[in-house]
Design a protein around this ligand. Structure first.
Ligand code: FES
Length: 160
């Protein structure tokens, strides 16, 4: 059971307690989901039920929010998460070619994790670095002005 990890669940519960003390607790849901993903790497069903209980928010509402945002992972991810930006600025500068080369290299599509569990591929809609288009983000690090070749070199450097 994932919620039996005492350290993580008690950190999350403290975070929720603080959120509840704020003026509009229900508007804190996104930051709670961020915290959950930071702790667990994805939004686990069991943990989501804990959030629903603690915050008195219907589970269906929480799932609605979680599935609306591409940022949230609903399944366990690989060690590194690669987000490929397909926002307009990146798209016109060749994001699709970059995406295709990554797909071929890792043999995965959006929402999937490579066989070696090293990479999960995600789609993003503008990573806020349009001036550097086309852009990918690996974990929290942005890489810009990419070509398919550069993108693959960067990915290879995460294999070492
Ligand atoms: S469109 Fe890709 S960073 Fe903005």
């Amino acid at each position: 059971m994932i919620v039996s990890d005492d350290r993580k669940i008690s950190e999350l519960k403290n975070f929720m307690r603080e959120a509840k003390s704020k003026e509009h607790p229900d508007s804190q849901l996104i930051s709670i989901l961020h915290k959950t993903q930071e702790l667990y790497g994805y939004l686990d069903q069991e943990v989501m039920s804990e959030i629903a209980k603690e915050m008195s928010i219907p589970t269906a509402h929480i799932w609605g929010v979680a599935t609306f945002y591409h940022y949230f992972n609903l399944k366990p991810t690989g060690k590194h998460v690669i987000s490929v930006c397909l926002g307009t600025a990146c798209y016109v500068k060749g994001a699709e070619e970059i995406l295709n080369s990554i797909r071929q290299e890792l043999k995965i599509d959006f929402g999937q994790t490579s066989e070696d569990k090293l990479f999960t591929l995600q789609e993003a809609r503008c990573l806020g670095a349009c001036g550097l288009a086309p852009v990918i983000m690996i974990d929290d690090k942005i890489y810009g002005s990419l070509t398919p070749k550069k993108a693959l070199e960067i990915i290879k450097s995460y294999r070492k």
